[in-house]
Write a protein that binds this ligand. Structure first.
Ligand code: GDP
Length: 175
């Protein structure tokens, strides 16, 4: 299948928020139940269709652990898009968003399209961050926003497609 665009994405956020599971769910619709601390960077690739435009996405799943940040930095530079992930059941992962955002904006392309992703939507009973809180943070920081579940697959594809559409809009508007 031929494609018109090729975009690089990074997935960032605290450890254990579900970054690897989101990538796995997106790439092969499979959920990995075991937690396996990501070491360094994992890579995946998939071609998507965003309103008739075929786009090849190359995705780097970065480690959430502080000790890997220096490795991760080199990946920010070439990324056109980012998924910034928190866990709706863990307040600390939400509180750390600004650190991740600063990291991405400082090290990355200033026009990078960033989508805020509140993951573990299926754990409604344990939710501590409301949808409205997530949305407000996204609006205040000029980010896209979705809640996802890497377990059920809810909104996973949409998160990647929305980011691609935001990149295309930036390209078309010359920003
Ligand atoms: P990462 O460190 O951010 O890459 O996180 P992982 O993808 O390794 O996931 C961390 C843990 O959360 C694992 O035990 C996963 O099984 C679990 N997990 C990830 N996404 C979801 C989700 O959407 N819902 C639920 N219930 N668990 C999830």
């Amino acid at each position: 299948m031929s494609h018109t665009y090729q975009f690089k994405y990074i997935i960032i956020g605290d450890a254990a928020v579900g970054k690897s599971c989101l990538m796995l769910n997106f790439i092969d619709k499979r959920f990995r139940a075991e937690h396996d601390l990501t070491i360094g960077v994992e890579f995946g690739s998939k071609i998507i269709d965003a309103e008739g435009i075929k786009i090849k996405l190359q995705i780097w799943d970065t480690a959430g652990s502080e000790s890997f940040k220096s490795i991760t930095r080199s990946y920010y530079r070439s990324a056109a898009g980012a998924l910034l992930v928190y866990d709706i059941t863990r307040k600390d992962s939400f509180n750390h968003l600004s650190e991740w955002l600063n990291e991405a904006r400082f090290n990355g392309n200033p026009s990078m399209a960033i989508t805020l992703v509140g993951n573990k939507y299926d754990l409604e009973d344990s939710r501590v961050i409301s949808y409205e809180e997530g949305l407000r943070y996204a609006k205040d920081n000029n980010l896209g926003f979705l809640e996802t579940s890497a377990l059920s697959g809810h909104n996973v594809n949409q998160a990647f497609v929305d980011t691609a559409q935001a990149i295309i809009e930036k390209i078309n508007s010359g920003t």
